[in-house]
Write a protein that binds this ligand. Structure first.
Ligand code: SF4
Length: 118
């Protein structure tokens, strides 16, 4: 009984952390220019919330020149950053000035996807 309660409590804490992160003004990670033409996808394999697309098995993978992070879903865990072989992933706050436009570029991919679904 106590063990079961502990397990439920842990799940509750994880849910609380995720929800509190959602409510904060947070900064998502951003994929910048070095990804263009590379699209390695190691990042998609480590992302715990599946917010990096397109993946290799998705219809628009060939068409898109790079991968993108969904700013509304990213929980800022940082798992993707060290696995990128071309160092294309940055926390928004550390994104080099010359790549600031990639903040919008990442977000726009998901806006386009949403609009396409209707
Ligand atoms: Fe996914 Fe974490 Fe990278 Fe955000 S920081 S894209 S949640 S792996």
């Amino acid at each position: 009984m106590i063990r079961k309660f502990r397990k439920i409590s842990k799940i509750g804490v994880v849910i609380l952390i995720l929800y509190s992160k959602k409510g904060e003004e947070k900064m998502a990670y951003v994929i910048a220019e070095p990804c263009i033409g590379v699209k390695d996808t190691a990042c998609t394999e480590v992302c715990p919330v599946d917010c990096i697309h397109p993946k290799k098995d998705e219809a628009d993978f060939e068409k898109e020149e790079q991968l993108y992070i969904d700013p509304n879903e990213c929980i800022d865990c940082g798992a993707c950053e060290p696995v990128c072989p071309v160092s294309a992933i940055f926390p928004e706050s550390s994104l080099p000035e010359k790549w600031k436009s990639f903040i919008e570029k990442n977000a726009n991919y998901y806006k386009r996807k949403k609009e396409a679904v209707g």
